[in-house]
Design a protein around this ligand. Structure first.
Ligand SMILES: [Zn+2]
Length: 298
């Protein structure tokens, strides 16, 4: 029973904290039309209003460049990826239809004139490459949070750099600044892990244990404790710093090994049974890149 409860909690917190995402049918009647974009050897649909056909035509090269880049970095064939859908719309009240589970659609807001304003640029050049790296990861199976977010932020930003260098520089400055600020340790290993709420433990303690906990900061009373489904929270502390630190793991590894070694590592991680553990991923990093990343993850 305890295992069943933990599994439920894990599923609840498996999603990502970013932007807006919805599950939609592939052919939803939301007033937008599908438009197939063809790269070299791969294609993907985007959704847009009839009067935004030219906009999509003019901007499809950026999408193709980004999708191709993150595929190359991670080492997958872009034609084999189940890319998340994107929708361009001038309608600020646009709501994705939610009839069917399983298909993610990202919204890129356009200005009233049908151009990319600042919010649209943010979504198109920063959110989309990050989230499409997650789309690639769907074929990997269940990954620890630091690995999935670190890879998405690292690979996504490398794609951003090709098409929007100013946005890339701005985001990188913010990530670097976060890394320099004095903050609590990132504990990447436990990011997104499920932990019981402190009060769920506290209510099960004896008065003596409560008193000792108040006096001794390092003291943690021995269990066993029992928990219900409402007693768990996902460990989401220090989120921005954790994005920065996770990305840094990948960037450091790449600079100290090679893009080829990184791809060999990703391929080996992909072949691990799911859910993949930090311990196994760290060991494979050593095997494939020669680097010991255990201290960066702790
Ligand atoms: Zn993410």
């Amino acid at each position: 029973m305890r295992h069943a409860l933990i599994a439920t909690a894990l599923l609840m917190f498996a999603g990502h904290p970013h932007a807006s995402i919805a599950s939609v049918p592939a052919h939803a009647d939301d007033g937008l039309l599908p438009s197939e974009i063809h790269g070299d050897g791969f294609s993907f649909p985007v959704y847009r209003a009839s009067n935004d056909a030219q906009f999509v035509q003019e901007n499809s090269a950026s999408l193709i460049t980004m999708y191709r880049e993150i595929s190359a970095i991670i080492g997958v064939n872009p034609g084999a990826v189940s890319w998340s859908e994107i929708a361009f719309t001038r309608d600020e009240n646009y709501v994705q239809p939610r009839d069917k589970e399983g298909v993610a659609r990202w919204v890129i807001p356009l200005t009233m004139d049908g151009t990319l304003g600042a919010p649209g640029q943010q979504e198109m050049f920063l959110t989309i490459p990050h989230e499409q790296a997650h789309a690639i990861q769907k074929a990997f199976g269940e990954l620890p949070r630091w690995f999935s977010e670190g890879m998405a932020e690292w690979a996504g930003l490398k794609a951003t750099k090709l098409v929007a260098p100013l946005l890339y520089a701005d985001r990188k400055n913010k990530l670097n600044a976060a890394m320099k600020s004095p903050a609590a340790p990132t504990h990447l290993k436990s990011w997104g892990g499920v932990k019981p709420k402190p009060e769920a433990i506290f209510r099960q303690l004896t008065p003596e244990q409560k008193e000792r906990m108040a006096k001794e900061p390092g003291y943690f009373p021995p269990g066993p404790f029992t928990f219900g489904p409402d007693d768990f929270v996902s460990d989401e502390s220090n989120t921005f710093l954790r994005y920065a630190a996770s990305r840094q793991v990948f960037e450091t590894m790449e600079s100290e090994s090679s893009p080829e070694a990184m791809r060999e590592w990703f391929s080996a991680v992909r072949n691990l049974p799911s859910p993949k553990t930090t311990q196994d991923i760290v060991k494979l990093a050593k095997d494939k890149t020669g680097l010991d990343i255990s201290k960066m993850i702790d």
